[in-house]
Design a binder for this molecule. Structure first.
Ligand SMILES: [Zn+2]
Length: 315
């Protein structure tokens, strides 16, 4: 059952204390009850607040250890407000907006917060696209004249997969790539689209290996001079136009190459949930992903829980 606030007033009433925020995160992280991150044990002593000690192996863990909230210095109540700002607006939030609304001391802090939250937006292994999917790669900045000439995003190559939904676009996936070789494009398709799907591309040879990977590869070759890539693969190019407008509008074009991936995750997270009637669902999903722990950093987390008292994680 998805339990989330529906309005800002509900958010503020419900998450006015650290305790309430931690309880909520605990529900999201351990929906079936506590699980020890080291041994998988289900029984724990509950120490003060939300600090757990595994009854089997004795490891102590807090609800935020090993999540994006591990080392935060500001209260969770503020982070919940930031997560709400990011998810409640259709276009998301800019660092400047977050700084202003939360009264954060610096732009830099607000920017860092947004990046932490964006890390929870893109997760490997999430559902792949299926059915009929358009795939094309393009340089960002070619669609919106305003972006041309900006140093920040010149010559960034992005590949986009857009699921067909009648004449419209279903869900999408996108990634920054370093070149248009098969080594860059094919792995993207494999990770983004389920085998057995129809993948529609232009005639670029780097896509030739797709049928070997279990896809029905449909190729449309640009023939006449009157056709453009946007007409052949309209969904991908509609998505790219929206992405460019968003980078220019919400973020004023102030996105550098090295951070672009996070913005792509942010855009994708939002785009794939654009028809959701309740914005609160995005808040729920974001926090759920924020506390989902990858198996790999658990050692780091345990070291942390032992080395520094977990109760002090969020002073
Ligand atoms: Zn254990």
């Amino acid at each position: 059952m998805e339990d989330y606030p529906r309005t800002l007033a509900e958010l503020e009433a419900r998450f006015s204390t650290e305790e309430a925020c931690r309880e909520y995160l605990a529900q999201l992280r351990w929906p079936e009850g506590f699980r020890c991150p080291r041994c998988g044990g289900a029984k724990a002593w509950r120490l003060r607040r939300l600090l757990f000690e595994c009854q089997r192996c004795g490891v102590q863990t807090s609800v935020t250890a090993g999540t994006i909230f591990q080392d935060i210095r500001k209260p969770l109540t503020m982070w919940f407000r930031a997560a709400w700002l990011v998810t409640s607006q259709k276009t998301g939030a800019s660092a400047m907006g977050v700084q202003r609304v939360l009264g954060l001391g610096s732009y830099r802090t607000a920017w860092t917060w947004l990046h932490k939250l964006r890390r929870a937006m893109g997760r490997p292994g999430r559902d792949r696209l299926s059915g009929r999917v358009e795939v094309d790669e393009t340089f960002l900045g070619g669609h919106e004249k305003g972006l041309r000439g900006r140093k920040t995003l010149r010559k960034v190559l992005v590949v986009v997969a857009a699921q067909e939904d009648g004449p419209g676009v279903g869900r999408i996936r996108m990634r920054r790539i370093k070149d248009t070789s098969a080594n860059s494009l094919v792995p993207f398709v494999v990770e983004s689209v389920e085998a057995g799907s129809v993948v529609h591309t232009d005639g670029w040879q780097a896509y030739n290996g797709l049928s070997e990977k279990g896809y029905t590869h449909e190729v449309t070759i640009l023939r006449g001079r009157t056709e453009t890539a946007s007409q052949l693969l309209p969904r991908v190019h509609r998505v790219i136009s929206l992405l460019e407008r968003w980078l220019l509008g919400t973020h004023q074009g102030a996105v550098s190459h090295e951070h672009l991936d996070y913005y792509l995750d942010d855009f994708t997270f939002r785009f794939n949930r654009r028809t959701s009637r309740h914005r609160g669902k995005l808040f729920y999903r974001l926090l759920q992903q924020a506390v989902t722990v990858d198996p790999s950093p658990y050692r780091e987390m345990i070291k942390h829980a032992r080395g520094r008292r977990p109760a002090d994680h969020n002073p």
